[in-house]
Design a protein around this ligand. Structure first.
Ligand code: SF4
Length: 225
């Protein structure tokens, strides 16, 4: 089906959302007791499963390092030891230190103050910090700052290209603009939709052998026809 006007696109996106939501229910994202824990999780989850991220977060918590100032002042080697399960741990330790350093140096350690900046300014600032790319920045903005930005990822690209909505090589910004243009800018909707897409991708829409027969959006999907 060719969808060519804004209202039809919105209706189709909301239909996809509804089917995923009916299948999975609320996903309760992003897991984390504090804003800082959410930010740390968003940085550590790059290229690794959430299970491994949780191992690292629990280790940081147990040692008292899940704290802006303590993370900033501890040595890279100490930090590395706690985040080994997240792979690329040397690079990720540097990223965490850069993030914590930005909060200490510019906001006297007050993360909430940084997160309170207007959305565009916050996004620009996050993208200027070492190791923070668009997906990580947007996850922090949506899930820690509670501001309406649509997070997209590799699952979004795979599922929505199979649904016939994007090209397989669509760029991050183009995907994000599409959702932002056609959906109401509602934090709860964006929060849940991204989590549902991740759930669908993780459970059903695998790279090689998608489990289409149980997928909530099978009826919408051109990939299997
Ligand atoms: S029906 Fe299959 S290919 Fe389509 S989104 Fe679901 S799992 Fe992916």
């Amino acid at each position: 089906m060719t969808v060519n006007n804004a209202e039809q696109i919105k209706t189709r996106l909301m239909e996809i959302y509804k089917k995923m939501f009916e299948h999975f229910g609320p996903r309760g994202w992003w897991p984390g007791d504090t804003d800082f824990e959410i930010c740390v999780g968003a940085i550590l989850t790059q290229s690794v499963s959430w299970k491994n991220v949780m191992k690292a977060i629990n280790s940081l918590k147990a040692s008292g390092l899940l704290d802006v100032s303590r993370m900033y002042s501890c040595s890279n080697e100490t930090l590395e030891k706690h985040i080994i399960p997240t792979m690329y741990y040397r690079m990720k330790a540097k990223k965490l230190k850069a993030f914590a350093g930005n909060i200490v140096e510019k906001y006297n350690g007050n993360l909430r103050q940084m997160l309170s900046r207007p959305l565009e300014e916050l996004r620009e600032e996050l993208l200027s910090i070492y190791g923070i790319g668009p997906e990580t920045a947007d996850s922090i903005i949506l899930y820690a700052a509670g501001k309406p930005v649509f997070v997209v990822d590799a699952y979004t690209r795979r599922i929505f290209s199979r649904l016939g909505i994007f090209r397989e090589d669509v760029a991050y910004d183009e995907m994000q603009r599409y959702f932002m243009r056609h959906l109401p800018h509602d934090v709860q909707l964006f929060n849940e939709f991204h989590a549902l897409i991740a759930g669908t991708g993780n459970k059903y829409c695998g790279n090689k052998k998608p489990k289409c027969s149980r997928c909530p959006v099978l009826q919408e999907c051109g990939f299997t026809r």
